[in-house]
Design a protein around this ligand. Structure first.
Ligand code: AMP
Ligand code: GLY
Length: 425
């Protein structure tokens, strides 16, 4: 089987690695890929936002199955174009991707489905939004309605901060994404991510994770796309998982079917859990990055069978083979990230690292120059370990990170600290 993966981050490197563990994968192309992905698959220059170009490329290269990594091409309808062309594709339609591309859409779906989530208001005018904030008081959460590269959420501890965030959004600081805002009740509790495959109505859980969004140790510093993650998430007990499925995931998936826009692909369910009760924070319509690196290490080659069954509407035939294992990933980022940073610094030491099903460095933002690896992004590498306990996964991930010779890079030294401190294993 010939497979095409769209994207070029750590998530896509991990997806590519998992596909290659499965003997059904004959040829693998990743577009655009990166220097790490190029070590294991062919990389192609392709405009992944252009559905027509992707369909043409897929038919030229005799591709049987396409996996869409990031949300932007999904929002642009690339999965629709592939499905219309009769090519199996893992990823939702643009209409179903609204679960990520519009926060007000998701809130309305939750209302219709009775799914527990934060109370909210949806506003198209700054004055109305501000009146609502004054009535509700702080803390309160202000969100740009559309896609804002993970930056459109302001958790405001004071009313002034919330009012300023509204002004900012309507002044265009997030472009079109901020033309409408959602204002939410501030929820307390512990956050976790829950990943399920959905082929319309059948829902198949494939793992849980927790990430660290802040740049620095102790969950300090600015918000990032994620500085590390681990799987499974201890807070996702069987009881919490069952509630999340029964009260949140299945009712919202049924509502999507009822509206004529069934969801196909992976649903990334962001939850806030308090006193054993999960509430929805947000949906994403793709794997998380770096959560995906942990999930792929744990699932391995079965990911190809699972994602293909999902694309072909055969999920009800599938089961996931779980190992009682743990994975942990540490993100190595360029000094300055998530603010301004320089590109092009040389990374050494990557050639001599182990790469097997317990130790993998997935590349997120790398290129090759004069035969050496160079950093091309903010998040650049993800050192990932797997083991029978979280402590062993942690030790492996940090052993990898420590061996990388990259003076311009930094990483957090405390990924997994909460879970490690509560687990004796
Ligand atoms: P989102 O992009 O919606 O996931 O929001 C980013 C982060 O903001 C979440 O991971 C939470 O940490 C926080 N957040 C979002 N909504 C809320 C809320 N209603 N209450 C508390 N924290 C929130
Ligand atoms: N790590 C969070 C995300 O992928 O959205």
């Amino acid at each position: 089987m010939n497979i095409l993966i769209l994207g070029g981050g750590g998530r896509e490197h991990a997806l590519a690695w998992a596909m290659l563990q499965n003997p059904k994968c004959d040829r693998l192309i990743v577009a655009p890929g990166n220097a790490g992905i190029a070590l294991i698959a062919d990389c192609a220059n392709l405009d992944i936002m252009n559905g027509e170009a992707v369909v043409q490329f897929a038919s030229d290269e005799a591709i049987d199955f396409v996996i869409v990594g990031p949300e932007a091409p999904l929002g642009a309808g690339v999965a629709d174009d592939l499905r219309d062309a009769g090519i199996d594709v893992f990823g939702p339609s643009a209409a179903a991707a609204r679960l990520e591309t519009s926060k007000s859409f998701t809130k309305a779906i939750c209302d219709a489905a009775g799914a527990p989530t934060a109370a909210y208001g949806h506003f198209t005018h700054a004055d109305d939004a501000k009146d609502y904030i004054r009535t509700q008081g702080a803390p309160i959460v202000v969100k740009a309605d559309g896609l804002a590269a993970g930056k459109g959420v302001i958790v405001a501890m004071t009313e002034d901060e919330a009012l300023a965030a509204v002004d900012d959004m309507f002044a265009g600081s997030f472009g079109d994404a901020g033309a409408e805002v959602v204002i939410e009740e501030f929820m307390t509790g512990e956050e976790a991510s829950f990943f399920v495959l959905v082929d319309g109505q059948t829902v198949l859980p494939v793992g849980t994770a927790q990430d660290h969004k802040r740049a620095f140790d102790g969950d300090k510093g600015p918000n990032t796309g994620g500085m590390g993650a681990y799987s499974p998430a201890p807070v996702m007990t069987d009881a919490v998982t069952q509630k999340a499925l029964d009260q949140i995931v299945r009712p919202t998936m049924a509502e999507m079917v009822r509206r004529g826009t069934p969801f196909h692909g992976v649903l990334f369910v962001g939850l806030m859990i308090e006193d054993g009760q999960p509430r929805l924070v947000e949906y994403n319509v793709r794997f998380g990055d770096p959560e995906c690196q942990c999930l792929m290490m744990r699932l391995g080659g079965q990911v190809l069978d699972l994602t293909l069954a999902c694309a072909q509407g055969r999920l009800s035939e599938m089961t996931v083979n779980w190992a009682a294992d743990h994975a942990l990933t540490v993100v190595l980022a360029t000094e300055g990230y998530p603010g301004a940073y320089e590109k092009g610094s040389v990374i050494g030491g990557l050639e001599d690292l182990p790469d097997d099903s317990f130790n993998m460095v997935f590349h997120a933002g790398t290129d090759r120059a004069d035969g050496r690896f160079v950093a091309t992004g903010g998040r650049v590498l993800t050192a990932t370990g797997r083991g029978p306990t979280l402590a062993e996964a942690h030790a492996r991930a940090y052993a990898l990170a420590d061996k990388i010779d990259w003076p311009q890079g930094f990483f957090r030294s405390d990924i997994g600290f909460r879970a490690l401190s509560t687990q004796k294993t």
